[in-house]
Write a new protein. Structure first.
Length: 250
């Protein structure tokens, strides 16, 4: 579980996060949604320590990350996996070398264990016969699968995904969302996903945090989102004509 307590973050006199408190549970796909510029990326970066919060606390299973020194944080970072926007694979490394990279950097595994782990992770995301190919030689959907395989290589307890299905067609996007949800449950990870994709919200939104101008405006699940009276959330969710139509028919 990851818990935020009264997290605040400003840049000069611009307040970006205003007293955010929430719990993200293990084994669930937790989504952060909100309009462009609402503070999603700053929040995700604050959770993983790429931004220092001004005040408030971020707990990783009762361990106060905000109070830790550099070395203590380094240990927690080993428990984190990340899927960056666009996949962020190393172009000059093959698929299997990409997945092996965190093992070489951060694990004590021997050669056989590394080979086994790379195979396990690539099998898990259903990559077949592409181990020796380079990122430029595989499709966008496969690149995301490789990015997920790399993110789970060190068997993380916490998985962070920034717009994991950006740039994908709707069918592939849902497959990637579902894959993230499956591995979240299988490995009991606390997964936090930044997204503004309403399909993701409906498909895998087990816990949703909606932020509006840096403030927690709503939290709930995809089942609850259609019934909300929250005006800013309604404006966000029903911005598209398709979702307006669905709401009318409910
Ligand atoms: N390093 C920074 N220095 C100053 N201001 C920043 C910095 N990072 C973000 N901001 C500001 O914080 C606000 C929130 O930005 P953020 O990137 O978190 O939005 P977002 O919700 O992730 O948007 P998007 O969906 O477009 O990625 C914006 O006004 C942005 O300009």
């Amino acid at each position: 579980m990851i818990e935020l307590k009264e997290v605040n973050k400003s840049f000069s006199d611009l307040k970006v996060l205003d007293d955010i408190s929430i719990q993200f549970e293990a084994g669930k796909t937790n989504l952060i949604i909100g309009q462009s510029g609402s503070g999603k990326t700053v929040l995700l970066k604050s959770i993983i320590g790429l931004h220092e919060v001004d005040n408030g606390h971020v707990y990783y299973d009762d361990r106060d990350f905000t109070q830790m020194n550099f070395n203590e944080r380094k240990l927690i970072r080993k428990e984190m996996g990340m899927v960056f926007q666009g996949g962020a694979l190393f172009d000059s490394l093959s698929v299997e070398e990409n997945v092996r990279f965190p093992l070489d950097m951060f694990s004590e595994m021997n050669e056989d264990e590394k080979i086994g782990r790379v195979k396990f992770c690539l099998d898990r995301v259903d990559i077949k016969k592409a181990h020796k190919l380079y990122p430029a030689e595989i499709s966008g959907g496969m690149q995301k699968r490789v990015a997920i395989a790399r993110a789970i290589a060190l068997n993380p307890s916490y998985l962070f995904c920034d717009e994991p299905n950006s740039g994908l067609d709707p069918v592939t996007a849902i497959l990637i969302d579902k894959l993230i949800q499956e591995i979240t449950k299988e490995f009991n990870m606390t997964t936090i996903i930044n997204t503004h994709d309403m399909n993701s919200v409906m498909e895998i939104g087990e816990k949703i945090l909606f932020i509006n101008k840096g403030v927690k405006a709503w939290e709930g699940s995809s089942e609850e989102i259609f019934d909300t009276e929250n005006q800013s959330l309604n404006n966000f969710v029903f911005a598209s004509n398709l979702f307006k139509k669905i709401k009318k028919e409910l």
